[in-house]
Design a protein around this ligand. Structure first.
Ligand SMILES: [Zn+2]
Length: 203
């Protein structure tokens, strides 16, 4: 038996590294087949799919925000950031995830569409941290959200990871500023609503 085959056999006798999982490991992975698959798809053995309708409320808020701030320097710059990426991919420049961004451009997806999904997913993660923690899972979710604007084909884990990390690095501060502004507006709206419910005292 080859050394490689022996290593696999030994590894497959061990338990999956997810503490609550009782299954055996798969191949040379630290995880069982199911958890290894999740790692590959969502960036963590505990990752789960983030369906579009899950962050639909955030998407409504973000779209409204972008509309009201469309002339803001940072909003314009963020849209341009994506537009350049899409165009460069389409015209054959050697950019990251060229194939995916080129297809998106071809299907009519533009920077504004990308920034809306990007911010909605980040806002969702901010609000529901336990469902989408701010780790590799967020990086993967950001990539998947943008890629699935049109293209449904499978994307390599390494591409999802690289795109997510690039986005966080380039647009992380912008995303943080937008989220702070949106959440501040929510607080103001709630205070206004509470004021309306204040009863009148008897004289
Ligand atoms: Zn497992």
């Amino acid at each position: 038996m080859s050394k490689y085959r022996l290593r696999i056999l030994n590894n497959e006798n061990l338990n999956c590294s997810v503490s609550s999982c009782l299954k055996r490991r798969s191949g040379l992975s630290k995880y069982c087949r199911g958890h290894a698959l999740r790692l590959n798809l969502y960036g963590s053995p505990l990752g789960t799919v983030l369906l579009k309708h899950t962050y639909k409320q955030e998407l409504v808020e973000v779209k409204d925000f972008i509309l009201r701030h469309s002339e803001h320097k940072a909003v314009k710059a963020a849209i341009t950031f994506f537009d350049r990426w899409l165009e460069d991919a389409y015209y054959g420049f050697p950019v990251l995830a060229k194939e995916q961004f080129s297809k998106l451009f071809e299907h009519g997806i533009r920077g504004k569409d990308c920034i809306e999904v990007f911010l909605s997913i980040w806002l969702y993660s901010h609000r529901f941290y336990s469902k989408l923690p701010d780790d590799a899972r967020l990086s993967y979710a950001l990539s998947i959200g943008i890629f699935s604007l049109k293209d449904k084909s499978k994307v390599k884990a390494s591409v999802k990871k690289a795109v997510g990390e690039r986005l966080r690095q380039a647009l992380g501060i912008f995303a943080g500023n937008v989220i702070t502004a949106i959440e501040r507006e929510v607080v103001v709206q709630e205070a206004l609503r509470n004021d309306l419910f204040t009863p009148f005292k008897e004289r």
